[in-house]
Design a protein around this ligand. Structure first.
Ligand SMILES: Cc1cc2nc3c(=O)[nH]c(=O)nc-3n(C[C@H](O)[C@H](O)[C@H](O)COP(=O)(O)OP(=O)(O)OC[C@H]3O[C@@H](n4cnc5c(N)ncnc54)[C@H](O)[C@@H]3O)c2cc1C
Length: 442
């Protein structure tokens, strides 16, 4: 089922030429288009379905520095600063507020892990504070949990996934970018070994510069051009509620569930330990690269064989540029939510927060989280095909860092000084045979 999503109009006419073509209208592509247009470049943004309709509208909305991988932290910090300014800059409310995030636990191992992360984070000026048992219970007032402690990041926040990507795309459009929805990019044309055009289902756009920000579809797109990009998807279910008592101001996390207060007075509820990994041809291809990440998270993952072996972003697929491609066969990747996990979560929320006894599902959905073997994205030119850049593999963190990720991609494309050091996000680290650095995010 489609989660709530604001829509924006498309431009009717596909341009014959564009200085830069961005493929994928999630938060990363929309942000890149916005920052490129802001720098004065002529951009066309292509989206096979609707802007924001895949991961970027299905997430919890958390924008956090807390528990980030050290490699990603500068991007998270930069992004929070951008989120702060985007409302005034674009004239649109993306729903961002620094409402703080609270993590609580009954497990000493969690506390040890958060404490260790906190030591490093405080050196990087992250506003994060360990909570004693009494403080955790005070911040989770009204909950029955026997919390032994927690961690609080008061200046992290939440934005509205139903608004953010469409708002950034609309802002890009106002700066001169053209937006083309229901317009899949089937592949690239090359001249002399470099990009010279994008073939879409509605015709070809001549360009020498392309950013692939295709989320879960990026590996399939790259593979068609002979470029390896190890990527694996994890299904994750979410539901929202009608307005309920205000037990949590921002985000609340415990091992059984997470809550994010919505602007409409309801909650976005998720179940961190109920991810599902489908066995797919792409998954088998990259099994070795993903093994360490899988092993470290295996308790939170259920492995299944299902329809995604044959359909969707990780299936076997062959197509020609003059044929309907897999991208247009699935306009919106909309996996079925896990209903039994939802039932179990409702019971856990009621037991933990008696004030939320009346909780019910207003709407549920599922998202396909695109991950890399080290759980850090690629934001990088692709050496094998001059003119092609990649920004994908955001591994469950891309919404919060989306604005800065798009800005960094834009800087790299036009050769401006990068917003943050791009080295940790280079594509080569995943394919040059060097050992995969273990994921550092919690
Ligand atoms: C359940 C869930 C909870 C999450 N919670 C959080 C959170 O709290 N905080 C956080 O920071 N992150 C979170 N994430 C992760 C976050 O949502 C993603 O990392 C982020 O949205 C990725 O953005 P994207 O633009 O790369 O991809 P997407 O939003 O998936 O966008 C990619 C777009 O590219 C389009 N596309 C693909 N191929 C083509 C093509 N060939 N032609 C045209 N268009 C194409 C697709 O249709 C899609 O719209 C969560 C994700 C999920 C699923």
């Amino acid at each position: 089922m489609l989660p709530p999503l604001e829509t924006l109009p498309s431009d009717d006419r596909l341009p014959e030429r564009a200085e830069i073509v961005v493929i994928g209208g999630g938060i990363v592509g929309a942000s890149a288009a916005y920052y490129l247009a802001k720098k004065g470049h002529r951009v066309a943004l292509l989206e096979k379905g609707l802007v924001g309709a895949e991961q970027s509208s299905r997430n919890w909305g958390w924008c956090r520095q807390q528990n980030r991988d050290a490699r990603e932290l500068p991007l998270a910090q930069r992004s929070l600063a951008l989120w702060d300014g985007l409302r005034a800059e674009t004239g649109m409310d993306l729903g961002f507020r620094r409402s703080g995030l609270v993590y609580v636990t009954t497990d000493p191992a969690d506390l040890a892990q958060w404490e260790k992360w906190g030591e490093f984070a405080r050196q990087r000026q992250v506003d994060t504070r360990m909570l004693s048992a009494a403080e955790a219970r005070a911040l989770a007032a009204g909950s029955t949990g026997q919390w032994i402690g927690g961690v609080h990041s008061p200046t992290d926040g939440i934005a509205d996934p139903s608004r953010a990507a469409p708002a950034l795309a609309a802002a890009a459009r106002r700066l001169g970018a053209s937006i083309h929805q229901h317009c899949a990019a089937r592949g690239l044309e090359t001249t002399g070994g470099a990009v010279s055009g994008v073939v879409t289902e509605r015709g070809t756009i001549r360009t020498a510069t392309v950013l692939c920000a295709g989320g879960a579809w990026a590996s399939m797109f790259c593979r068609w051009h002979g470029i390896d990009f190890p990527q694996a998807g994890v299904r994750s279910t979410v539901f929202r509620t009608a307005p309920l008592p205000d037990v949590v101001k921002g985000g609340f996390y415990c091992s059984d569930f997470s809550l994010a207060r919505r602007l409409d007075g309801g909650y976005t509820v998720s179940m961190p330990a109920a991810g599902r990994l489908d066995v797919t041809p792409q998954g088998l291809r990259y099994a070795r690269a993903f093994w360490p990440a899988f092993r470290s998270r295996r308790k939170a993952l259920h492995v299944r064989l299902g329809g995604s072996f044959l359909r969707g972003p990780e299936a076997l697929a062959r197509w020609r540029l003059d044929q309907v491609s897999p991208f247009e066969r699935m306009r919106v990747l909309d996996p079925a939510p896990n209903l039994s996990a939802i039932e179990a979560t409702l019971a856990r929320v009621r037991a933990c927060y008696p004030e939320l006894a009346g909780i019910a599902v207003a709407q549920s959905w599922c998202g396909w989280i695109d991950t890399t073997p080290d759980m850090v994205p690629v934001i990088s030119p692709l050496d094998r095909l001059p003119g092609l850049h990649l920004a994908a593999g955001f591994s469950g963190h891309g919404f919060g860092i989306g604005p800065a990720a798009g800005q960094l991609a834009a800087d790299l494309i036009v050769g401006d000084p990068p917003a943050v050091d791009p080295y940790p996000f280079r594509h080569a680290r995943l394919v040059d045979g060097s050992p995969i650095t273990p994921p550092g995010a919690i």
